[in-house]
Design a protein. Structure first.
Length: 65
């Protein structure tokens, strides 16, 4: 899996961090999303899909292997 985010459209809602805290974080200053692992291991894939579903700005996309 490869994760792509368009941080310029992130609204800092933080739902991705709640859904997948090992994969996403937020910048302390502006709250914008930070991807901790662009190629997360299989056990984290479902949490990434959940984060993509929950993101209100729809900025999280991914390619499955
Ligand atoms: S859920 Fe979406 S809008 Fe909210 S911080 Fe994560 S990427 Fe940004």
């Amino acid at each position: 899996m490869k994760i792509m985010v368009d941080a310029t459209k992130c609204v800092g809602a933080g739902l991705c961090v709640v859904a997948a805290p090992k994969v996403f974080s937020q910048n302390e200053d502006d709250g914008l999303v930070i991807v901790l692992q662009e190629n997360p291991p299989p056990e984290l894939h479902e949490s990434v899909r959940e984060a993509a579903r929950l993101c209100p700005a729809l900025v999280i996309t991914y390619e499955d292997d």
